[in-house]
Design a protein around this ligand. Structure first.
Ligand code: MG
Length: 235
């Protein structure tokens, strides 16, 4: 299968979904010292990363401002990434899958300390989510090669230890519902990317760490490796 190269990606917008897996929503509640069961919201929690957040060289790092790192706690979040291949305006969920051009595995790098500070103050998430080199995406599998996206799974290793496993079938808001929602409220453009949310198991990285993410397809009793993403955490 011919993959769509990550180097060809040029999104107008990078949409991301927060808390789209139940167990991740609950681990976030723990850190906010709330704990308990996360209720499924009525609508998905959407935020944007600027297109300048895309890393094309497999490197991520905490930016400096006035010669100081802007965070002390960068976390990985492995996510299924959907490429939109044509403009979508007010599309019902039943038609939304025809707007998918491909599937990749991505990392939504997050400055967790900055995020917790922003949440406490009720401020936007742009700094904690949208910094340079915070969005990383593998080469993508053309949608025509994936007849049933519910067969996709992914996993992430940190320094060769598996830390996250994702089953997109368990997303609280499914891919067609997300595309439909975005198309009604914002309008999607050809080339836009959608990070569909991270499962539980997010954690901290430090300079020198190696992240390796795989997107696989489960069929019957075997799984096929579709595409990989290798990322080095820089100083
Ligand atoms: Mg995320």
């Amino acid at each position: 299968m011919d993959l769509i190269p990550a180097s060809s990606l040029a999104p107008y917008s990078i949409y991301c979904v927060g808390k789209n897996y139940q167990l991740h929503a609950e681990e976030m509640l723990q850190w906010e010292s709330k704990g308990g069961t996360a209720e499924k919201p009525e609508e998905p929690l959407i935020f944007l990363k600027p297109s300048t957040s895309l890393s094309y060289n497999g490197k991520t790092f905490i930016p400096l401002y006035q010669e100081k790192p802007i965070s002390t706690r960068m976390h990985y979040e492995a996510e299924l990434v959907v490429l939109i291949d044509r403009d979508a305006e007010s599309v019902p969920a039943e038609e939304a899958m025809s707007f998918v051009g491909g599937y990749g595995i991505g990392l939504d790098m997050t400055l967790r300390d900055v995020q917790m500070d922003a949440k406490g103050k009720g401020e936007p998430w742009l700094k904690c989510k949208g910094f340079k080199n915070s969005s990383l995406v593998s080469d993508l599998v053309p949608a025509d090669d994936i007849h049933n996206p519910d067969t996709l799974v992914f996993e992430l290793s940190l320094n060769n230890v598996i830390v996250q496993k994702g089953v997109p079938e368990k997303m609280l808001f499914s891919i067609p519902v997300l595309i439909s929602y975005l198309s009604y409220i914002y309008g999607l453009r050809a080339g836009d990317l959608l990070f569909t949310g991270t499962p539980e198991g997010v954690g901290k990285v430090k300079s020198g760490d190696m992240l390796h993410a795989e997107l696989l397809q489960n069929r019957c009793c075997s799984s096929t490796l579709l595409t990989v993403l290798d990322v080095v955490v820089g100083p």
